[in-house]
Design a protein around this ligand. Structure first.
Ligand code: MG
Length: 157
């Protein structure tokens, strides 16, 4: 088996949709980025690629490439799953955490888990998504942005 870790940050901005784990979340701001800026899915993809020492999503989906402008991160996740499958691995489990002061994410956690599990072709029990605040400290606490971390265990097919 192989283990990987991922971390990502995006800034919050007016006039953007907030997409986390493929779910559209009601909030007055959204995350800024070249793609849909799904910080959770970005951390998860980096964990999966990292487990096989395949670099990061910046290498696979460069933000200088117009093809990825406004990209649906769930489609990129499907591509990462294809890559790890091609290398002879499948997901054992994923554990992830989103850091956000607001909005309250608990009503969306199950949907995010189901979205990720569907795209990855695994059971929802293999996908953990958690959310925390950072007690009003730092950039997430001040509502300037959100961060996410993920670890992923890959198993040989
Ligand atoms: Mg990102």
């Amino acid at each position: 088996m192989r283990i990987g870790h991922g971390y990502d940050v995006h800034r919050l901005a007016e006039g953007r949709k907030l997409i986390l784990g493929g779910a559209e979340i009601e909030y007055e701001k959204g995350l800024l980025g070249h793609s849909d800026a799904d910080v959770l899915v970005h951390a998860i993809m980096d964990a999966m690629l990292g487990a096989l020492a395949l670099g990061d999503i910046g290498k696979h989906f460069p933000d200088t490439d117009e093809r990825y402008k406004g990209a649906d991160s769930m489609k990129l996740l499907a591509e990462v799953c294809r890559i790890i499958g091609e290398k002879g691995y499948k997901i054992g489990n994923i554990d992830s955490t989103v850091c956000a002061q607001r909005p309250k994410l608990s009503p969306y956690i199950q949907t995010m888990r189901e979205n990720i599990a569907r795209v990855c072709g695994c059971d929802v029990s293999q996908i953990s998504v958690k959310a925390t605040t950072e007690e009003k400290l730092g950039f997430t606490g001040e509502g300037l942005g959100m961060s996410a971390t993920a670890v992923c265990l890959l198993l040989r097919i």
